[in-house]
Design a protein around this ligand. Structure first.
Ligand SMILES: [Fe+2]
Length: 398
């Protein structure tokens, strides 16, 4: 950004909000070394939920042993399903685990958060699931959970929900409650150094989406506004660097922080139409969440800007989109289109897939739109989009 920064656009309605995040956030390169004492303060036996290769948890389990914490590793192949988190919770109960650790991307962390709730509550997971379940509040709360991200994108280390796949419903749904906020979010940017370029790009665009959507959300608040703008600035100066040079620790640090800020923002201010579609698409096709968000982001922004100009020309969302562009491009005279061009150019440079490459076909559009309008994310989109506008987004992203 150049010198005179314009005032952050705000709305005129009465301000009311709540803000909550993880009890403790430990951030910094090498901070994994603090995991032993952090976990020991919560319990003496831990279930570690990680990705498909349990060997990647070895440094962590060694550190736990040195701090007097016994551990059981539960590898999670792919995204967490209702069935496998219930299995993890059962195993944890049998092994008398007192604390859960999620080590990995959003899947592993969400898996740990969900299993920690199920282990503390009786009954069936469907008692507590949104949309396809009975949506009851888990009265028993959650066992303590420590979330350690190894990608920079999901922000799941500081969110109060877990996205679970239900293969029988072809849907991704959330298990959500305040007690799911991890007790400790331990963010060590060094853990993201070996992330390959394609995953760096797609998870990084998920992080960017999770900073833009809460900023233009109908539930935006002044705390998350600051987090979003700071995070967008970090993505603008570091995503391309992390993509081109995986060992650039400074760029990894910036992206890890941007992801953390995005998680804090979405958890308090909600998301929008990108995530409204990402749930149904991710539930129906084996497509990575970050890639789905990347495919949709520019087209959702374009549709929102168009709808706001048409139906709400004085809406604060329009000036917020312009402000996002300024922060992304560093140009004071940037218009909303300049920011869109910046995002499209990065997506093109990385060769990220379009919806057609992720398995989506035109005949799926109606079903995806029906499910998207019911999603919680769609409710905080800055403006209600019509069925035609939603179809146009899918057409363009296809
Ligand atoms: Fe996301």
């Amino acid at each position: 950004m150049t010198t005179s920064t314009p005032a952050i656009p705000t709305g005129e309605s009465v301000l009311r909000f709540e803000f909550a995040t993880s009890h403790r956030v430990i951030f910094g390169a090498g901070s994994l070394s603090q995991v032993g004492p952090a976990v020991r303060s919560l319990g003496s036996k831990a279930m570690v939920i990680t990705g498909r290769n349990p060997d990647r948890a070895r440094t962590l389990t060694t550190a736990l042993t040195e701090s007097g914490v016994e551990s059981v590793v539960f590898p999670l192949a792919g995204e967490p399903t209702v069935e496998n988190v219930a299995k993890a919770a059962d195993q944890a109960r049998s092994a008398a685990c007192e604390v859960f650790i999620g080590l990995g991307g959003g899947s592993a962390m969400d898996g740990a958060k969900a299993a920690a709730v199920l282990a503390a509550n009786p009954g069936d997971p469907f008692d507590y699931l949104e949309v396809i379940g009975r949506g009851r509040v888990p009265a028993g709360g959650s066992l303590p959970c420590v979330a350690i991200p190894t990608t920079a994108g999901s922000g799941a280390e500081v969110t109060r929900n877990a996205v679970l796949t239900s293969p029988q419903h072809h849907l991704k749904v959330s298990l959500r409650c305040a007690s799911m906020l991890p007790r400790v979010a331990l963010v060590d940017p060094q853990l993201t150094l070996d992330l390959p370029p394609d995953l760096t790009a797609s998870t990084g665009l998920d992080a960017l989406t999770q900073l833009i959507e809460p900023y233009v959300s109908s539930r935006a608040n002044p705390i998350t506004d600051g987090f979003c703008l700071d995070g967008i600035r970090r993505v603008a100066r570091s995503l391309e660097k992390a993509y081109s040079n995986p060992n650039d620790l400074k760029a990894r640090e910036e992206m890890a922080l941007a992801s953390l800020l995005g998680g804090m923002s979405l958890s308090n201010s909600g998301l929008g139409a990108v995530h409204g579609f990402a749930g149904p698409i991710g539930g129906a096709f084996p497509a990575p969440h970050g890639a789905v968000c990347a495919a949709l982001l520019p087209w959702v922004m374009e549709a929102n800007i168009h709808a706001l100009r048409l139906r709400a020309p004085n809406h604060v969302g329009l000036s917020r989109y312009r402000y996002v562009s300024r922060v992304l491009t560093g140009k004071e005279d940037a218009t909303s289109d300049t920011g869109l061009a910046w995002i499209r150019s990065f997506i093109g440079q990385c060769g990220l897939p379009r919806l057609r490459d992720l398995g989506v076909r035109h005949e799926h559009f109606s079903g995806l739109i029906e499910k998207a309008v019911l999603s919680s994310s769609m409710k905080s989109n800055p403006i209600a989009l019509t069925a035609v506008e939603l179809r146009t987004i899918l057409d363009r992203a296809w």
